[in-house]
Design a protein around this ligand. Structure first.
Ligand code: NAD
Ligand code: ZN
Length: 267
């Protein structure tokens, strides 16, 4: 972690940098939501310290893995349902309202950016969403409240009433194809941005970890805010090792609302 003095001067550097930029985006990972009580995967209290990942092929082919997958999701459901946006999510929304942020690209599946106020069409969810359930075959959407009672009535995992496909929370599991539209949008937006603020991501998993690199290679600046060193610290113009909530709040408070700039770089 940076000491307070270094952090303070780095926050001021970020504020100065953002004031000079027009098209600013954020790229968030699990670390922005730990302060809302949702554990990350690879941090010191991460989920992978407790569980092994389950691949999509196991969910599809092995009834025991499928049951285990659903059991974990059901166990974690109350935590997800009751989680509220924290200072970090709210500060990003503040930056959006002040015209210092155009898009949030997120690896998170918790829907907390939208619950903090970000409009749906300003949030790109690269790994889908845990806030609803979808059929793996026809993508029909189901709500948690309608699916949960089925587990009390039947012991097997639920199937789609439309096409008979397996239902699963609408997240991208290991071994599942990436979301093409979201991935292309993220790539396009990251190329056009003249600054990217990366928050709470270990930047170890590709293609997600390549997003700040895309901005950098297209001439944009990179700000990284993370508790621990990340896989991309060497490309950062500003590097802040500390808690995301406090840091983002200080940044959002450091800028005044500005008019939308006419010559804004187009997304
Ligand atoms: P990660 O677990 O690999 O890394 C999270 C990083 O955030 C760690 O380096 C950790 O040090 C840092 N961190 C934790 N708390 C922080 C805080 N308060 N302030 C600043 N930094 C903090 O997460 P990732 O890079 O997002 O990649 C893992 C995958 O996990 C993603 O694909 C994502 O879909 C999934 N995931 C999502 C959630 C969620 O939706 N909230 C939760 C767990 C995992
Ligand atoms: Zn279906």
């Amino acid at each position: 972690m940076n000491n307070d003095k270094t952090l303070h001067s780095e926050i001021n550097k970020v504020i100065t940098l953002l004031k000079a930029k027009k098209s600013i985006i954020a790229f968030t990972g699990a670390g922005i939501s730990t302060e809302s009580g949702i554990p990350d995967f690879r941090g010191p209290q991460g989920v992978w310290k407790k569980y092994r990942p389950i691949e999509l092929s196991e969910v599809l082919q092995d009834p025991e893995s499928r049951a285990l997958y659903w059991q974990r999701k059901i166990d974690m459901y109350p935590q997800m349902k009751n989680a509220v946006p924290n200072k970090g999510h709210l500060a990003l929304f503040e930056l959006y309202k002040k015209n210092f942020l155009q898009y949030v690209i997120t690896q998170n599946i918790d829907g907390l950016h939208q619950r903090a106020g970000m409009p749906d069409d300003r949030v790109i969810e690269l790994h889908g969403s845990n806030t609803y359930i979808a059929c793996l075959d026809c993508r029909k959407r189901y709500e948690w409240e309608d699916i949960l009672p089925l587990f009390e009535k039947q012991s097997t995992s639920p199937k789609c009433d439309e096409c008979g496909g397996w239902l699963k929370p609408a997240t991208i599991s290991f071994g599942q194809a990436i979301l093409e539209y979201e991935t292309n949008e993220a790539e396009r937006i990251a190329s056009a941005a003249d600054a990217i603020i990366v928050i709470g991501s270990s930047l170890q998993v590709y293609p997600a970890a390549g997003i700040p690199v895309t901005t950098k290679m297209n001439g944009g600046s990179v700000v990284i805010i993370n508790m621990e060193p990340t896989g991309q610290d060497e490309i950062a113009d500003c590097l802040l090792h500390g808690p995301a909530g406090d840091i983002l709040q200080a940044i959002a408070e450091g800028v005044d609302e500005r008019a939308i700039l006419k010559k804004k770089r187009e997304f």
